[in-house]
Design a protein around this ligand. Structure first.
Ligand code: FAD
Length: 478
């Protein structure tokens, strides 16, 4: 895999200076104590570091970066360490310094007139949701890792999740940022403005930059009314093309009240039914595909229920869906969501799984899945595609479980070849090879094939101008 560019390993003097900035008790130098910061949760990436620093303020982050820039010390920003592409893990050289933002946990402001909250980078996503809830508002970003991932990491990866359809991804939910630049200067951009047409939108450069352009220390996030009425539905579908037609119908009927629209394949539902407790077949007969969708309203109006009932009837009459049910209680809704939430985890019981996190235009999802399934059968006969995810966003987790009985290692040896072939189809359909998780280390070498040369050149120009010494997360993304 790729190597750290030639920056200097920090001298003992430099390390002492860096440690003094945060104080001895907030610096970790013992390899055993550093271990949790150097290993990705699936053990896919393991690195080494000269130290892990835990600054307690923006000023301390600023002093760290100033020193690192002057001494050419590589810095790896880290949030909750839940990233799936290895961006937060240092390389094996041991010469990088990890900067964990976990101590920046203040909620600086809640402004109900502007519908914003200003929180620091180390606030865990779930805690941010709770802050919003206590203020009678919704912060809609929601991911399976929300109990651990932090606002800084969420913004640095422009995270998505199940509510993107209605509320957008992290970028859409951010109005302002405070960022420490590579040389230690602080960009004070904590604006609460919905309208600010004063030239380049610099915050958008930092969002999704995966720690390569600056360290985010605080953000102004948008808040929304809390949904009080929620209706969850499941529908069985025989052909994928009909699923996209039904999505168009649902969006037309509900507009912003359509807050989730997910697709699940029968094979994935069967994995969950087989391996997870407290699950049952969602409809009386099996279907090749299921749609799991939700309508929400901030008022007790009965409107979501009325929309759902009319829509299901229309969808069945039009032949787009074959059967459907509306959850009649919160626990039934929870059961339906468990089928979706457990899909990836339950695949583990079926052996190895080769994964892709991709997006294509919604209308082309059926073509993508059909072509990718054909390819899989050609390359690894008997392998079992489990394509599921956010159909409403065109974002499919194209996971492939190994053929029954095949040796796991033999199957996983196909990872890169299958990724490359599936990504070819994605690019041919004008899609993206990373819909949610970013590029990090894992997809870095794929980027030149996936981006037009001019776009890559502009990205490199931006990187060189923001971080001329290349100290910020070297070897990641670019
Ligand atoms: P980390 O993993 O620590 O870091 C991620 C990247 O951000 C690294 O490149 C790091 O250098 C950089 N970074 C971290 N903090 C900062 C900062 N303050 N300033 C600058 N750069 C920084 N992602 C989705 O988008 N959608 C999902 O639905 C989703 N589901 C997930 C489900 C599970 C079970 C897991 C484990 C992960 C999932 N993820 C998902 C991926 C991951 O949770 C997100 O990418 C998350 O936003 C990362 O946040 P983090 O705080 O853990 O960041």
């Amino acid at each position: 895999m790729s190597e750290t560019p030639k920056l200097s390993p920090p001298s003992p003097d430099t390390l002492d200076t860096l440690v003094r900035i945060v104080g001895e008790s907030h610096a970790v130098r013992d390899p055993a104590d550093m271990a949790p910061y150097l290993t990705e949760w699936r053990d896919r990436y393991q690195g080494k570091a000269a130290a892990v620093l835990k600054p307690g303020s923006t000023d301390e982050v600023s002093a760290i970066l100033k020193c690192a820039n002057e001494t050419l010390t590589a810095i790896v920003p880290q949030g909750g360490n839940t990233g799936l592409v290895g961006g937060q893990i240092p390389f094996e050289s041991g010469s990088e310094v990890v900067v964990s933002l976990e101590r920046l946990t203040h909620v600086r402001d809640i402004d109900l007139a502007s519908n914003t909250m200003t929180v620091e980078a180390g606030v865990v996503l779930q805690a941010a949701q709770q802050v919003a809830e206590s203020a009678g508002r919704l912060f809609p970003l929601s991911l399976a890792s929300e109990g651990s991932c932090q606002i800084g990491g969420v913004l640095a990866t422009n995270a998505g999740g199940v509510a993107v359809l209605a509320y957008g991804n992290a970028r859409d939910l951010t109005l302002g940022l405070e960022v420490v630049l590579a040389d230690g200067r602080v960009l004070h951009g904590l604006k609460r403005l919905r309208k600010d047409n004063t030239g380049y939108d610099l915050k958008d450069l930092f969002i999704g930059s995966e720690g390569t352009l600056g360290i985010i220390t605080a953000a102004v996030l948008r808040l929304f009314p809390r949904p009080v009425e929620r209706v969850t539905c499941i529908a069985g579908v025989n052909e994928l093309e009909r699923a996209t037609a039904f999505f168009a119908r649902a969006y037309e009927a509900a507009g912003p009240m359509l807050t989730a629209f997910e697709i699940l394949p029968r094979v994935g539902v069967e994995f969950v039914l087989k391996h997870a407790d407290r699950t049952r077949d969602p409809l009386s007969a099996p279907y090749p595909w299921y749609l799991l969708f939700e309508f929400s309203s901030p008022r007790e109006s009965g409107e979501p229920q009325a929309i759902a009932e009319a829509l299901l009837q229309d969808g069945i009459e039009a032949g787009e869906i074959a059967d459907a049910a509306i959850a009649s209680s919160l626990s039934q809704a929870g059961e339906l969501w468990r089928l979706r939430e457990l899909m990836s985890e339950m695949q583990k019981h079926e052996g190895g799984s080769i994964k892709h996190d991709v997006s294509v235009p919604v209308a082309l999802v059926p073509e993508f899945i059909a072509r990718a399934n054909q390819l899989v059968e050609l390359m690894i006969p008997g392998a079992r595609p489990v394509p599921f995810g956010h159909l409403g966003d065109g974002n499919i987790h194209y996971n492939v479980s190994q053929p029954v009985g095949m040796d796991k290692a033999v199957f996983l040896a196909n990872w890169e070849a299958l990724n490359a072939a599936v990504h070819e189809i994605v690019l041919d359909l004008d899609g993206s090879i990373s819909a949610e998780h970013g590029i990090g280390r894992m997809k870095r070498d794929l980027l030149p094939h996936a981006k037009e040369p001019l776009a890559l050149e502009l990205m490199r120009t931006i990187k060189a101008s923001f971080d001329p010494n290349g100290i910020l997360n070297p070897g990641k993304l670019l």
